[in-house]
Design a protein around this ligand. Structure first.
Ligand SMILES: Cc1cc2nc3c(=O)[nH]c(=O)nc-3n(C[C@H](O)[C@H](O)[C@H](O)COP(=O)(O)O)c2cc1C
Length: 186
C-alpha cells in the first residue's frame, strides 16, 4: 500500500473478528515500530504483548471500575459514565492482541519517541490489512504497580501506548479532520 494512502486511510478500529494475530505479524509490527526516529537515537522503547483473553478482560473490568470511581475527581470523564457502567463494554473491543509500547527513562523525551514508534505500528498494521486503536483508557492500569509486577515490567518503565491489534470486522467510518491551524508561514 502506498504510504500516503496508508496515512489517509488508517482509522481507529473498534470492531474485530475472532481471528488471532500470529507471532510473526506482531514481530513485524514491533520491527516497524523501532524504525521510528528517537531523540539522540536512544531508542528508549520496550514492548509487551497480551493475547490472553481472560487477562485482557480482567484489565478491562478493573480499568472501568477505576475510571468510574475517578469521575468525581476528573469531571471530563463524565461523558463516559454510561460506557464504564456497561458490563458489556470491553475497553479493548475484544481485539485479540494488545501491543503496548513502554518508555524507558532514557534520553530527553522518551514518551515522544514511543509515540512515534506507536504511529509506525498503527500505520504498519493498516498496511498489512489489520486494524488498530490506541487505548488510552488502559494506560493507568498498565502502569499500576501490581500489574507491572505480574507482567515483569521494570518499575521505571512507563506504559505510553497500549495499542489493540486485530482483523477488522467492519469498515471504520471516516473521521472528520479539522482544517490545520497555520500559525505562521514566513
Ligand atoms: C493518546 C490516544 C488515546 C486514545 N485512547 C482511546 C481509547 O481509550 N479508546 C478508544 O476507543 N479510542 C482511543 N483513541 C483513539 C481516538 O479516539 C482516535 O484516534 C480519534 O477519534 C481519531 O480517529 P482516527 O484514529 O480514526 O483518526 C486514542 C487515541 C490517542 C492518540
Amino acid at each position: 500500500m502506498e504510504l500516503m494512502e496508508t496515512i489517509y486511510n488508517r482509522r481507529s478500529v473498534r470492531f474485530y473478528t475472532e481471528e488471532t494475530v500470529d507471532k510473526a505479524t506482531i514481530d513485524k509490527l514491533i520491527n516497524a515500530g523501532i524504525q521510528a526516529p528517537s531523540a539522540m537515537n536512544v531508542q528508549p522503547w520496550a514492548f509487551g504483548v497480551i493475547q490472553d483473553k481472560a487477562l485482557l478482560q480482567k484489565i478491562s473490568d478493573e480499568t472501568k471500575a477505576y475510571l468510574l470511581a475517578s469521575i468525581s475527581a476528573k469531571p471530563y470523564l463524565e461523558c463516559y459514565r454510561q460506557l464504564f457502567s456497561n458490563p458489556e463494554f470491553n475497553i479493548f473491543y475484544h481485539a485479540p492482541a494488545l501491543l503496548t509500547v513502554f518508555a524507558k527513562p532514557e534520553g530527553p523525551n522518551p514518551s515522544c519517541d514511543c509515540a512515534l514508534a506507536a504511529q509506525n505500528i498503527m500505520l504498519a498494521a493498516h498496511s498489512l490489512g489489520l486494524g488498530s486503536c490506541w487505548i488510552g483508557f488502559a494506560q493507568m492500569s498498565l502502569n499500576a504497580p501490581e500489574l507491572k509486577e505480574q507482567l515483569g515490567i521494570p518499575k521505571e518503565y512507563i506504559a505510553v501506548a497500549p495499542i489493540i491489534i486485530g482483523h477488522p470486522a467492519k469498515v471504520s467510518p471516516a473521521v472528520l479532520k479539522r482544517e490545520p491551524e497555520i500559525l505562521f508561514w514566513k
